[in-house]
Design a protein around this ligand. Structure first.
Ligand code: C2O
Ligand code: CU
Ligand code: CU
Length: 431
C-alpha cells in the first residue's frame, strides 16, 4: 500500500530456466520468477497500481483478463512495454469477487509469450463473498490451479512451433499445473475450493474426477454463481475459469482429470484438436484427519440479470477461418463504437469447422441463449470468454459502463492464441 492508499504490485517479466524433468532444463519466461507469476489479489473498491517492468529483451504487454478498467490500462497491443521500460497502469477495482488472470498481449506474439510461461492469477474479493462459508484460505483450502499443456523436445526445450494439424495451435502432451508436472496437493480440510484456469494456448479441457464424483461449481469467469451447480464435469476452453468446491474423505486420493472435451466437432476435427485426450491433472491427497469445512451454501450471490429489452444495439460476429466478419485484426482500424452505459446484445456465430473461444475485454457478459436455447447452469453466471462449438449461435448481453475513451480501443478476439495472433481479433471503443 503506498502513501496514497493504493495497493501496489511489482511485476517483472524476465527470462528464466526451469527443470521440468523433461530431459534437460527449459528456457522460460516468467514474472518475478522463472515460470508464471505471483497471484495478485485486491478488494473491490481498492485502487491498484502495477509496476510492470519488461526484462525479456523484446516488447511485450500485460493484459488484465476479465478486469473492468479504462482501455488505456488494459494492457492490450496498444500498451506495449519496450525492453527495459516500466509501465504502471492504475485503476479502481469495481466488480464482484472473481478469479481473473493476467498475461501478455503483444500483437502477433501472444501465443509464444504465454507459452513460454508468462501468466498469473489476479483474484478479486468483495464483502458479500467474504461473508460466505466457502473455503478461503489461500494455499490451504483455496487453491489456484493454472492448467497448461506443453510440448517438450527430448532435451527439455519447449517446442514452440505453434502450428498443428488441427489448426488450433500447439497441443502439448505434458500437462503443467502451476508450472509443475505430475502435481499433487496435500489436503487437510473436508472441502477444497479449486480455482481452475485454462491457461493453455489451444487445448480445451473437460474437468471431472477419476471416480466421477460430483462437485459444486460455485463460480465462473467473472464471479460467483447465484447458486451452486452440482455437476461431475466442467468444460473450459482457453481463457475460461471455474471455481469448484470438492469434498474429500480422510486418507483418500482424489484425482482431478481432464476427459475428452466435446467441442461440437466431427470425429476427425475433434481428434486433431485434442478431443480424444485424457489427462490426470492434479492428485488430491487427503490427510488422515480432515478439519471440518462448512457445507456449500444454497445461495451464493445475487446476480443481476441484464434485460434484453434494455439493449440498444445488436451486433453480429461471424467467426470463420481467422477472420471475424470477414476481417482480420488491424491495429489502425476501430470496428465499432459503443455508447458508454449502453447495454448491447452480441450474436456470435461460428461458420467454420474449428473450435473458437470468444473473449471480450472490459466487460463481463451474460449468456442469453445457445442455439436458441436457455444456457446451461454453468453458463448462467458472469463470463468473459466462451467456447463456440458446432455451427451454433451464442447470444450474449453486456453493459459497457463507466470507462469511455474515443482514442483507445478494447479488443474482442478468439482466445486460441494462435488464432488471435493470426488476426482473429477486432477493436471497439467506448465513447
Ligand atoms: Cu486473455 Cu485479449 O485476452
Ligand atoms: Cu482479456
Ligand atoms: Cu479461434
Amino acid at each position: 500500500i503506498d502513501d496514497r492508499g493504493r495497493r501496489v504490485f511489482d511485476l517483472r517479466a524476465q527470462p528464466g530456466r526451469r527443470d521440468f524433468g523433461q530431459g534437460g532444463p527449459t528456457d522460460t519466461w516468467g514474472f518475478n520468477g522463472d515460470y508464471l507469476g505471483p497471484t495478485l489479489r485486491a478488494n473491490r473498491g481498492e485502487q491498484v497500481v502495477v509496476n510492470v517492468v519488461n526484462g525479456i529483451g523484446e516488447p511485450t504487454s500485460v493484459h488484465w483478463h476479465g478486469m473492468h478498467l479504462p482501455a488505456a490500462m488494459d494492457g492490450g497491443p496498444h500498451q506495449m512495454v519496450r525492453p527495459g521500460a516500466t509501465w504502471s497502469p492504475h485503476w479502481t477495482v469495481d466488480q464482484p469477487a472473481a478469479t481473473l488472470w493476467y498475461h501478455p498481449h503483444p500483437h502477433g506474439r501472444t501465443a509464444e509469450h504465454v507459452y513460454r510461461g508468462m501468466a498469473g492469477m489476479f483474484l478479486l474479493d468483495d464483502e458479500p463473498s467474504a461473508g460466505l462459508p466457502l473455503p478461503r484460505r489461500y494455499g490451504v483450502d483455496d487453491i489456484p490451479v493454472i492448467v497448461q499443456d506443453r510440448k517438450f523436445e527430448s532435451d527439455g526445450r519447449l517446442d514452440t512451433d505453434q502450428g498443428g494439424i488441427g489448426g488450433t495451435g500447439i497441443l502439448g502432451d505434458t500437462l503443467l499445473v502451476n508450472g509443475t508436472v505430475g502435481p499433487y496437493l496435500d489436503v487437510s480440510t473436508e472441502r477444497v475450493r479449486l480455482r481452475l484456469l485454462n491457461g493453455s494456448n489451444a487445448r480445451t479441457y473437460d474437468f471431472g474426477f477419476a471416480d466421477d464424483r460430483t462437485f459444486a461449481l460455485v463460480g465462473t469467469d467473472g464471479g460467483l454463481l447465484e447458486r451452486p451447480h452440482r455437476t461431475g464435469r466442467i468444460r473450459l476452453s482457453p481463457g475460461e475459469r471455474a471455481e469448484i468446491v470438492v469434498t474429500v474423505r480422510p486418507a483418500e486420493r482424489a484425482v482431478l482429470r481432464s476427459y475428452p472435451p466435446n467441442q461440437g466437432l466431427e470425429f476427425l476435427g475433434g481428434r486433431f484438436t485434442g478431443g480424444d485426450d485424457t489427462f490426470d491433472v492434479l492428485e488430491l491427497r487427503a490427510g488422515n484427519r480432515l478439519a471440518p469445512s462448512p457445507e456449500v451454501p444454497d445461495r451464493l450471490t445475487p446476480v443481476e440479470r441484464l434485460d434484453p429489452a434494455t439493449a440498444t444495439e445488436t451486433r453480429r460476429f461471424r467467426l470463420n477461418g481467422r477472420e471475424i466478419n470477414g476481417r482480420k485484426m488491424d491495429l489502425d482500424r476501430i470496428d465499432f463504437a459503443v455508447t458508454r452505459g449502453a447495454t448491447e446484445i452480441w450474436e456470435i456465430e461460428k461458420q467454420d469447422a474449428t473450435p473458437h473461444s470468444f473473449h471480450v475485454h472490459d466487460v463481463q457478459f451474460q449468456v442469453l441463449s445457445v442455439d436458441g436455447r436457455q444456457p446451461p447452469p454453468e453458463l448462467r453466471g458472469w463470463k468473459d470468454t466462451i467456447l463456440v462449438t458446432g455451427g451454433e449461435e451464442i447470444r450474449i448481453i453486456a453493459r459497457f459502463a463507466d470507462h469511455a475513451d474515443p482514442n483507445m480501443p478494447y479488443m474482442f478476439h478468439c482466445h486460441l492464441l494462435l488464432h488471435e495472433d493470426q488476426g482473429m481479433m477486432g477493436q471497439f471503443v467506448v465513447v
